[in-house]
Ligand binder design. Structure first.
Ligand SMILES: *[C@@H]1O[C@H](CO)[C@@H](O)[C@H](O)[C@H]1NC(C)=O
Length: 443
């Protein structure tokens, strides 16, 4: 037998084996992860950066607070001027205060603490923060559940058992929350399929996110909206007639009506956003700031559109990656190799993708909409001073910018600049009392 003939046979054998393995992996039922795959709804491309989304460099003026001292400040809440609270990687809630926001102290840890950055499931990962009417800080921890924290004593209360099923499925990824005047808590479960450290599974599988309402009197949860492709930021409208929820992988925000003639209905509030929306917070004028956490390059969006039509391909990719991760996790534990454990944790994790995105572009954006979802302006940056924003929260004369990937908190002055006024013989500095902020609205 010639050497070439032998080689061709070998290549043929390997190819056939590979095809058989892949077919089995695609077709065989019962292979984890146990999630569904269906064809995705076709989405319109993102809106061009013109008109109200015209390019600007406002975010390049952002100052960094506690640069290098904190990891991943995702969400921001405030109860009084010159004091904010942020949720950090590692499970901690941090209080930051002072005229220049340069004092800081840990309020509490949601979890018991953990050894390695990839042990989030133990440590907890607080995401959305919001002050409740009773003065406590509501915290959505994506592994441990929904908590109310007394920020002065650090005492925390778990509002309900997150492991219990809610209408047939356990919440795997609590993400953000808001409270209405009756004390109901509206919260998002980004995925009933997977935890945050494997969130790419939710990207590839059928949408499983939900908007849920918690009744503190009966301690029960009710699902308001289901099948969301990563339910993220939650925000009640000013009049509390409706609640907004960001649907991250569909680049849009939905409005669910709570009261009035459309009660119970869900509609698109704003879509075709320039990237994936994370949290949404009031702009102080009846509208909202929608923070865009990730902006995918055009080629990736094209691949996403094609993959959306091929559920079997997404199933195959998910299964292969899942089994690889399982294998690495097992080897990592047997071998107690931190390197292998770390590599395993990167499969299905957002983190490597976010780092890859930054190598491609530093473009960052917060979209400003009015109370009806019409885009009225944006805050953009290109220099890398402030990237990958998960929340834009106005406190006094500043807008703060959170990010799960950054080691700083962004802070942008939006008050009136001190103006010089001639008075008698002297010249004195005058600061306007009005809380009127510089408008970012494009004409
Ligand atoms: C993003 O900004 C950083 C500085 O913060 C810079 O080092 C990097 O080269 C920039 N990346 C791109 C793709 O422009």
């Amino acid at each position: 037998m010639s050497a070439l003939g032998w080689l061709l046979r070998k290549v043929f054998r390997v190819t056939v084996d590979l095809i058989v393995i892949l077919l089995v992996l695609t077709i065989l039922p019962g292979i984890p992860p146990h999630v569904n795959f269906t064809t995705f709804e076709e989405l319109e491309p993102p809106l061009p950066l013109e008109g109200a989304l015209a390019k600007n460099n406002i975010l390049d003026r952002v100052e960094r607070v506690l640069d290098g001292k904190i990891v991943g400040p995702e969400s921001i809440a405030s109860r009084q001027p010159e004091e904010i609270f942020v949720s950090l990687h590692g499970g901690k809630i941090l209080r930051i205060w002072g005229h220049r926001y340069d004092h800081f102290k840990i309020v509490t840890s949601i979890g018991p603490g953990c050894d390695a950055p990839w042990e989030e499931e133990i440590c907890g990962r607080p995401l959305g923060l919001r002050f409740a009417a009773d003065g406590r800080l509501l915290v959505a921890d994506c592994y441990l559940g929904i908590f109310a924290v007394d920020v002065d004593t650090g005492e925390k209360e778990e509002l309900f058992d997150i492991k219990k099923e809610i209408e047939g499925e356990a919440a795997m990824l609590p993400n953000d929350l808001d409270e209405d005047q009756d004390g109901y808590i509206y919260w998002s479960d980004a995925s009933a399929n997977t935890h945050l450290n494997k969130a790419i599974i939710e990207v590839l599988s059928s949408p499983s996110g939900r908007l849920i309402r918690f009744d503190p009197k009966t301690k029960t949860n009710q699902v308001l909206v289901r099948n969301l492709h990563f339910a993220n930021g939650v925000q009640l409208s000013d009049d509390e007639q409706s609640v907004l929820v960001c649907e991250t992988f569909k680049y849009r925000v939905l409005r669910h009506w709570l009261h009035g003639p459309k009660a119970g209905q869900t509609e698109v509030f704003v879509d075709r956003l320039p990237g994936s929306p994370d949290n949404i917070r009031p702009n102080g004028e009846g509208g909202y700031y929608i923070a865009i956490i990730s902006i995918l390059p055009e080629t990736v969006l094209k691949i996403e559109r094609i993959a959306g039509r091929l559920p079997w391909l997404r199933k195959l990719v998910t299964r292969v990656l899942y089994l690889t991760r399982l294998l690495l996790e097992t080897i990592g534990q047997l071998d107690s190799s931190r390197f292998i454990e770390k590599t395993a944790n990167e499969i299905f994790n957002f983190l490597p993708i976010s780092q890859q995105n930054l190598r491609h572009s530093n473009f960052s954006v917060v979209v400003e909409v009015d109370g009806e979802g019409k885009i009225i302006g944006s805050l953009q940056g290109y220099s890398g001073q402030q990237v990958q924003i998960s929340e834009a929260q106005q406190v006094g004369d500043y807008i703060f910018f959170g990010s799960p990937y950054n080691r700083y908190l962004g802070k942008l002055f939006v008050g009136e600049p001190p103006s010089m006024e001639v008075e008698g013989k002297g010249v004195r500095m005058k600061t306007t009392d009005e809380k009127e902020k510089k408008s970012f609205k494009s004409e």
